[in-house]
Design a protein around this ligand. Structure first.
Ligand SMILES: [Zn+2]
Length: 152
């Protein structure tokens, strides 16, 4: 996926409403982790499963299992070296989930005064519940309070 494609995925709406989504919370966590690593590394070859394992604190075997099912669903592809790349659909879900995470973390920390570690952990659980529409409304609400999402 090129930078331009990644950019376009950022504000694109996941096509499946949250209540009908086939993706499990765990699959969304994987897409989020791959998206985060990819945004940082910008390596067009994709990400290594060991980096995903480190980021999520899980075993490489767990990553490989999750990646096979994400591949079946058309969310990721894999090069013959085993590098993992998000498909366009995978990138949309990864971007959506990661944006929800950062938004909820910002809200919990800055509006409710939750400590950063708790805010981060709880944001990663709550991120799976929001539709794109709610996310957009919430972001607008935060902007009215002078809070904007920083890139990470
Ligand atoms: Zn998260």
């Amino acid at each position: 996926m090129s930078d331009a494609e990644a950019e376009r995925a950022v504000m694109k709406e996941p096509t499946t409403p949250v209540e009908q989504r086939k993706l499990s919370m765990s699959s969304e966590d994987y897409l989020e982790a791959i998206y985060r690593i990819m945004s940082k590394s910008k390596d067009p070859e994709g990400v290594r499963s060991v980096d995903v394992a480190d980021q999520m604190g899980v075993s490489k075997a767990s990553v490989n299992k999750a990646v096979s099912s994400l591949k079946e669903g058309g969310y990721v592809s894999q090069s013959h070296y085993g590098r993992i790349r998000l498909t366009e659909t995978g990138a949309i879900y990864g971007a959506h989930t990661w944006r929800c995470h950062r938004m909820l973390r910002l809200f919990l920390e800055r509006e409710l005064g939750v400590d950063p570690e708790t805010a981060d952990a709880e944001a990663c659980l709550m991120e799976h519940a929001l539709s794109h529409d709610t996310q957009v409304r919430w972001l607008r609400h935060l902007e009215k309070q002078g809070l904007t999402l920083e890139d990470e």
